[in-house]
Design a protein around this ligand. Structure first.
Ligand code: PGA
Length: 261
């Protein structure tokens, strides 16, 4: 499968920062992995214009479940697609916390994205307290079961258009990361869970790790068997830094061999 380096700018970015999009496009004209920047909605259209014809895709950070209607301030998947977004993050822990988003809402948003031929990046992850209580796997499995649409719900043929990001809440923006063994444990168990519950639909699903990924720790994380890419917050804001993470992922992809794990 083709690995994915996804950047998440969160509530950051002004017109001047679009220069980072241009720089990233120049740094990686044809990377050996997929690459997307999920921009704030205000920059999606102009970001997509700058990335047009390049290997960089532009994504959004959330979408509404409905295609249109009386929902002041919300943006639908068709609107985001129309603006140039091809990916959309759904169920990020900051949205789960700030907007009380539930698994079933996240699942509906993921379906709305799939119906619009966009790739949802569905986020899951345990809190510090849940990990310390030994409940990390249980919590993450329950979120995946509740948030990931079943193959049958969307026709099932496009499992490479489903992306799941494991992001421990306590590792986001903190500089803390789980050990490589802890990341591997979650990713291996998610791969097995998907195979058990989604069967052949799950083969192409990409499992990203997210939470304080930076150039200095990317190589070790990307060497893990069931880590198929990363969702990167802070380190995606500067093209030079994100480009190094993309390079590490492309390197991992080529080490695994074309079409390899
Ligand atoms: P971070 O954020 O890389 O700044 O920790 C990751 C995320 O929230 O997607």
């Amino acid at each position: 499968m083709r690995r994915l380096a996804a950047g998440n700018w969160k509530m950051n970015g002004m017109s001047d920062d679009l220069e980072q999009v241009t720089e990233l496009v120049a740094a990686h004209p044809r990377p050996d992995c997929d690459m997307v920047l999920c921009l704030p909605a205000t920059l999606i259209g102009r970001g997509a214009e700058r990335a047009a014809g390049s290997a960089l895709e532009i994504g959004a950070q959330d979408c509404h479940v409905r295609p249109n209607g009386a929902h002041t301030g919300d943006l639908s998947a068709p609107m985001l697609h129309d603006a140039g977004a091809r990916y959309v993050i759904v169920g990020h822990s900051e949205r789960r916390a700030d907007h009380a988003e539930t698994d079933s809402l996240v699942r509906a948003k993921a379906l709305a994205a799939l119906m619009e031929n966009m790739t949802p990046i569905i986020c899951v992850g345990e809190t510090r307290a849940e990990r310390e209580a030994g409940r990390a796997l249980e919590v993450v499995h329950a979120q995946v079961q509740g948030s990931v649409p079943r193959g049958a719900e969307y026709g099932g043929v496009m499992s490479d258009r489903l992306v799941i990001a494991y992001e421990p809440v306590w590792a986001i923006g903190t500089g803390l990361t789980p050990t490589l063994a802890e990341i591997a444990e979650v990713h291996d168990s998610l791969r097995a869970l998907l195979a058990e519950h989604h069967g052949p639909y799950s083969v192409g699903v990409r499992l990203l790790y997210g939470g304080s990924v930076k150039p200095s720790n990317a190589e070790g994380i990307f060497a893990l068997k069931n880590v198929n890419g990363a969702l990167v917050g802070g380190a995606s804001l500067k093209a030079a830094e994100f480009a190094r993470i993309v390079a590490a992922l492309a390197q991992a992809q080529s080490l695994a061999g074309i079409g390899g794990a």
